[in-house]
Design a protein. Structure first.
Length: 152
């Protein structure tokens, strides 16, 4: 799930990732761009029809529409590694907007469910699309979903 994504290229890359992995993409809140057919086509996104997409006006609407998924929130402020999340089918992977990440109130509301991606150098955080890719593939690996992949 992306909460208020701001950069269309990141969301486009994440949409391609979700289509490639047969994962659902949830977009929550105000988007920093349009995703109507004309805008998507003009951006050269020719796989949008493969994306399983749900839009939600806010986080509470997302929670109300889904059958109580376990949340895994990702933040540069997370003190637990994404590798230790113990992913299960149906988990909701939650990422914030590029400029600010997830709101402090949301992180405080779910303090035991906040994870980070460790970095080895002085860079504090990663690009949103890269972070989603890293976490999603680890989650898929942990639940055994990658055994059904197409290589090459």
């Amino acid at each position: 799930m992306l909460i208020e994504p701001e950069i269309p290229q990141n969301t486009g890359n994440i949409a391609r990732l979700t289509a490639a992995t047969k994962s659902k993409l949830h977009l929550v809140g105000k988007l920093g761009f349009r995703i109507d057919e004309h805008s998507v086509r003009r951006a050269g996104v020719d796989y949008w029809h493969l994306v399983e997409l749900e839009q939600h006006t806010d986080f509470e609407q997302f929670r109300a529409r889904l059958p109580a998924p376990r949340l895994c929130l990702f933040s540069a402020l997370g003190t637990k590694s994404y590798l230790d999340a113990g992913y299960k089918p149906g988990d909701a992977l939650v990422f914030g907007k590029e400029s600010k990440g997830l709101d402090d109130a949301l992180l405080e509301r779910f303090p035991d469910d906040v994870y980070g991606i460790p970095t080895l150098g002085p860079v504090r955080s990663l690009n949103l699309a890269n972070a989603v890719s890293i976490v999603l593939y680890e989650a898929l690996r942990q639940i055994g979903a990658l055994s059904q992949t197409t290589l090459g």
